[in-house]
Design a protein around this ligand. Sequence first.
Ligand SMILES: *[C@@H]1O[C@H](CO)[C@@H](O)[C@H](O)[C@H]1NC(C)=O
Ligand SMILES: *[C@@H]1O[C@H](CO)[C@@H](O)[C@H](O)[C@H]1NC(C)=O
Ligand SMILES: *[C@@H]1O[C@H](CO)[C@@H](O)[C@H](O)[C@H]1NC(C)=O
Length: 300
Amino acid sequence: MTWPTALTVTVVLLSQLLLNALGAALSESSSEQAPDERRVLPQAIVIGVRKCGTRALLEFLGMHPQIKIAPDEVHFFDKDDRYERGLEWYRQQMPMSSPGQLTMEKSPAYFISPTAPGRIQSMNHTVKLLVILRNPITRVISDYTQTFTKKRSRNESCVPIEDLVIDSFSGEVNLRYKPIDISIYHQHWARWMMKFPRHQIHIVDGDRMIVDPLSELIQVERFLGVKPFLTTDNFMFNATRHFYCMRKPGRATEHCLGFSKGRTHPQLKPTVHQKLKDFFRLHNNLFYQLSGREFHWDAT
Ligand SMILES: *[C@@H]1O[C@H](CO)[C@@H](O)[C@H](O)[C@H]1NC(C)=O
Ligand SMILES: *[C@@H]1O[C@H](CO)[C@@H](O)[C@H](O)[C@H]1NC(C)=O
Ligand SMILES: *[C@@H]1O[C@H](CO)[C@@H](O)[C@H](O)[C@H]1NC(C)=O
């Protein structure tokens, strides 16, 4: 070995030692991290639907010790620029978890994305999917209310909901209004059915989750194959907010979702409400047939 080579080898070895020491120091400093924790791709994904309670569903599930949830909506499968960053980037967005724990994320736009079903299938064709749905008309109103509240806070002018859901020219329901399109569940559902077997998608009743979250979450625990854990102790009805708040294991105080949740909705004019009911009846029935799950959305 010539001496410049020997020197290089020594320098390389030394820097390796230094790096190892540095690595050890760094991992010791994050003392909360269990030794076997790492980030893995999600084994279950909440794919939607917007304004149906996806955040509440994920946060409630996050109380389960076997479930780790991603803090933010990742929008990996619906946004091309994110998808192009690759699966490794996606994995990095996931929370730390131990073997035996389940990793989950939610991005409500997946449900309506034409590309998401195929992309998710090619990541993991046995991944478990969850979709939470509300009465389609309630969902439209909630969607409108969110935009309305945002606009009003910026002092922008707001169009009444009636002028958006009804096409002023034809007098019919306005299919170009996006909140209407999103609520036609069967058209989006059909895309998922082309890529996944029915048993791989669990439907959560978002209207029931508001009044009785535990009954819905017990079904989700069963679907995910985690041990039964959540009980009535984990949910506290908050009369001010008309919402259930969470009581996390080992904590005395409750934790409520942000104030944007549970806004009061405007009342629709009865004629417009009737028009929407007539419009959605057919679409809802198609969804019941395709999904094998019947809801009573047309009764109210
Ligand atoms: C795919 O999803 C299934 C169901 O959650 C899970 O058991 C399996 O480990 C996942 N595969 C990979 C490679 O993550
Ligand atoms: C909106 O208007 C109110 C009253 O005119 C004003 O006090 C407030 O600062 C405005 N807000 C914004 C975000 O412009
Ligand atoms: C309900 O929520 C409000 C707002 O988050 C909070 O101030 C109040 O203490 C809660 N009420 C109960 C009974 O926990």
